[in-house]
Design a protein around this ligand. Structure first.
Ligand SMILES: C[S@@+](CC[C@H](N)C(=O)[O-])C[C@H]1O[C@@H](n2cnc3c(N)ncnc32)[C@H](O)[C@@H]1O
Length: 209
């Protein structure tokens, strides 16, 4: 079995009329981004657009990127229903190079891929952050399989905040937060707790001449 799902497999997963994920933004996005002044934002592996649309509603000029055209069609519809605009780009993150130093906020939520594929994607995400801008990464944590809830069953696609810190080596970004965080999940059997990896980093603001 391949460690990662192909775009065709994701398209199939997204092919139902219901949202696979929710229309609500991720709780860590809300906590980390609510106080930021809206500017230009990039959501990598944006899926059905819940996070990009929430940011767009707050005035961010958003670009959402995902390799599932089916997911992006749902994202387009969600944005339309909410009365906001965003740019949606169908692209494979293993090849996609976002514009460097261009985005005031770059987010990537739950891209679960093997380490050797993850590191270049994280580096490209970091390179896209403008001076003074923020990189926010959230993923299912390596410990989630044994001690958490939900998420992929394949340990090869899980990682930790420390792994992400390693990915950022040499990127020029300053790590502001890197830790395992708990995400309560309502289930039929009551509340369970999923373990996520969270990293927030910032590119130092350009010095004035
Ligand atoms: C678990 S979903 C998360 C979606 C969204 N970030 C969210 O939190 O709602 C992971 C997403 O990563 C996308 N993805 C996986 N591998 C990708 C790749 N190589 N290039 C672009 N998108 C990819 C999938 O299509 C899927 O939408």
């Amino acid at each position: 079995m391949s460690a990662t799902m192909s775009s065709q497999e994701w398209d199939r997963r997204y092919s139902g009329t219901e949202l696979v994920w929710t229309a609500q933004p991720n709780r860590f996005l809300v906590a980390e981004a609510e106080a930021l002044a809206p500017a230009r934002g990039l959501d990598l592996a944006c899926g059905e657009g819940r996070n990009a649309v929430w940011l767009a509603e707050r005035g961010w000029r958003m670009t959402g990127v995902d390799f599932s055209a089916v997911a992006l069609e749902k994202a387009r519809r969600l944005a339309e229903a909410r009365g906001v605009e965003a740019e949606w780009v169908v692209a494979d993150l293993f090849a996609y190079q976002p514009e460097p130093n261009a985005y005031d906020l770059v987010v990537m939520f739950y891209l679960q891929v093997a380490a050797e594929r993850r590191t270049p994607v994280v580096r490209a995400a970091a390179a896209a952050v403008a001076p003074g801008g923020v990189l926010l990464l959230v993923a299912h944590d390596s410990d989630n399989l044994e001690r958490g809830y939900g998420g992929p069953p394949n340990p090869a696609v899980l990682y930790s905040a420390e792994d992400l810190v390693g990915d950022l080596d040499g990127s020029g970004l300053l790590v502001e937060r890197a830790e395992q965080v708990k995400r309560p999940v309502a289930t039929e059997d009551g509340e369970r707790v999923a373990l996520d990896a969270l990293l927030r980093a910032r590119r130092p603001a350009a010095e004035r001449a």
